[in-house]
Design a protein around this ligand. Structure first.
Ligand SMILES: Nc1ncnc2c1ncn2[C@@H]1O[C@H](COP(=O)(O)OP(=O)(O)OP(=O)(O)O)[C@@H](O)[C@H]1O
Ligand SMILES: [Mg+2]
Length: 258
């Protein structure tokens, strides 16, 4: 979870426009690590409410979405986030972007579930006692009251993932960026989180290998070897992606939910 000093939250939020439309503009953006081009020639604007990102393992999805909250810096091209240049926007991004990591162990920082959720509320200005009460209410609303006092380290992988999603949701960020957020969730938790995500007013950019998670999405970006292979409406892009997988594997892929 991104950290920032609560008291300076409002004073420092000057460069970014939370209502900027589009909220991200990539112009020929690339990133090379060592000798390897991880992302290359990305030119696109992001504005839709629900944007999915797909691609094979290692295609650059996590690297790409990490640029949206400043965890990765492009080394070529031009990236504007919330109307500001990347370098200027970087400091402010944690105010606007909630990021759910692919691996919950990279995100959770507090010993217990309740503290992890309450932290987000203190960042929004609530005092400690109020944060605790609201955290408990929030956990109860999401069917997780019994986990409140559990040490995060002792949760199952799916429970950790769920708590990490809730810890970001509680802060109501302007943009939610989720990196394979539901891989370990059981069918019930997955359904609840999907319904919750779809009902949120915030914009969402989500990576998933489970294509059924993109039901109700507006746009899909398909990355291949760090480049944008296809960008468009979910029906067309997901169908093309499935055809590509079919061709590579010789096994027909089902796209039942879409
Ligand atoms: N810190 C790093 N140093 C070197 N190479 C890296 C680093 N981070 C990512 N890469 C490489 O960049 C490529 C893209 O990685 P990335 O994690 O963005 O892929 P991904 O599409 O999210 O894959 P997955 O579906 O497996 O999560 C991979 O080949 C990976 O090895
Ligand atoms: Mg990834």
């Amino acid at each position: 979870m991104a950290l920032w000093p609560n008291k300076r939250r409002k004073e420092t939020a000057r460069v970014c426009d939370a209502n900027a439309s589009p909220f991200a503009v990539f112009e020929n953006v690339g990133l090379t690590i060592g000798q390897r081009k991880i992302l290359e020639g990305l030119t696109l604007s992001l504005d839709e409410r629900r944007i999915g990102v797909i691609g094979l393992n290692g295609s650059g999805k996590s690297t790409f979405i990490r640029m949206l909250n400043g965890l990765r810096t492009p080394d070529t091209g031009d990236l504007k986030l919330f109307g500001a240049g990347f370098a200027e926007a970087e400091q402010e991004l944690p105010h606007h972007v909630g990021f759910v990591f692919q691996n919950p162990d990279h995100q959770a920082i507090f010993p217990t579930v309740e503290e992890e959720i309450a932290f987000g509320l203190t960042q929004l200005g609530a005092d400690k006692a109020e944060s605790r009460i609201r955290a408990l209410e929030f956990l109860e609303r999401h069917g997780c009251a019994e986990l409140a006092t559990s040490p995060i380290a002792e949760l199952s992988e799916g429970q950790k993932q769920l708590i990490c999603i809730l810890a970001v949701l509680v802060m109501e960020p302007r943009l939610l960026v989720l990196d394979e957020p539901m891989t370990s969730l059981d069918a019930l938790a997955s359904r609840r989180i999907r319904d919750k995500l779809l009902s949120l007013p915030q914009k969402i950019v989500m990576v998933s290998h489970d294509l059924s998670h993109f039901e109700g999405f507006d746009r899909i970006l398909w990355l291949e070897d760090g480049r944008l292979r296809m960008d468009g409406n979910p029906h067309e892009v997901l169908a093309a992606y499935c055809r590509d997988i079919d061709g590579r594997s010789g096994i027909k892929m089902e796209l039942a939910a879409l």
